[in-house]
Write a protein that binds this ligand. Structure first.
Ligand code: TMP
Length: 252
């Protein structure tokens, strides 16, 4: 079998050239990192769960007309996506105070915010993905004003969709991070939701108990990360009851 060309290896995924021009294959690894990779582990089955969860969220977004790079899942760990040029920003939407916002502004975790807050971090691991403002983004040319308007609109639509989907299964969407890509179609460019949407990139709290069902379980040593992700997948009907979602039986 021909060896595939690796385009990029990140902390949680590997990107390969896809089978047709304009496509890539996104491979989900089991590696978990936090605090800019200061904390690292390999968590059996995490990649399989995130592949399924990200497929579920991206498919839902495509179905309601929010464009994403996702085309289809190929197997337990891989999905076929449209290749795009990633805008070097992490776009964060927050509904409740948590994490770095709580630390920065001294707001107790779990405090509802008066309205969703959109933040941007400049994607640069060497700098630790620093928070930046629209002024920085415009001045350094990372995105145009039109791009920024489109990015905010995409981010808020993702927030509404994800909040509703999670609320329906008793989970609060506290905050999340997305990445945005540019897809070129002839002379035009279109922005799409890219990368992944999974419990690695969201904060998800059980509505009744407040139990954390996201990567904070790993960041803060709160128990089994795959148990938490499998719980989210079971509630969404992605994997059957009594299954941890990491074996072949979970894949249809
Ligand atoms: P923060 O509170 O640490 O800034 O995180 C906000 C949201 O962004 C949270 O849902 C976790 C997610 N996130 C990532 O996906 N990648 C990252 O590198 C960081 C720092 C946060």
């Amino acid at each position: 079998m021909a060896r595939r060309t690796k385009i990029y290896e990140g902390k949680a995924k590997i990107l390969y050239e896809g089978p047709e021009p304009g496509t890539i294959v996104q491979y989900f690894k089991d590696d978990a990192t936090a605090f800019n990779a200061e904390k690292k582990d390999v968590i059996d089955g995490k990649g399989v769960l995130n592949n399924r969860l990200s497929e579920f969220f991206m498919t839902g977004l495509n179905n309601i007309g929010v464009p994403t790079h996702f085309l289809r899942r190929l197997n337990m760990r891989e999905q076929l996506c449209r290749s795009c040029e990633i805008i070097p920003l992490e776009v964060i939407v927050r509904n409740y105070a948590a994490g770095s916002l709580s630390k920065r502004l001294g707001i107790k975790e779990g405090t509802p915010l008066p309205r969703p807050i959109v933040e941007y971090c400049y994607k640069d691991d060497k700098l630790g993905d620093p928070l930046v403002s629209e002024e920085h983004i415009a001045a350094f040319g990372w995105a145009s004003q039109q791009d920024m308007d489109d990015i905010v609109s995409l981010a808020l639509r993702v927030n509404d969709f994800m909040s509703g989907v999670m609320m329906a299964v008793g989970i609060r969407l506290v905050d999340f991070k997305i990445e945005i890509g540019r897809v070129y179609e002839g002379d035009f460019q279109r922005l799409v939701v890219a990368d992944e949407i999974s419990p690695d990139s969201c904060r998800l709290w059980d509505l009744k108990t407040g139990q954390k069902l996201d990567k904070d379980v790993f960041r803060r040593d709160l128990g089994s990360l795959t148990d938490a992700y499998a719980e989210v997948a079971r509630r969404l009907g992605i994997i059957p009851e009594g299954n941890n979602g990491t074996g072949p039986v979970a894949v249809n």
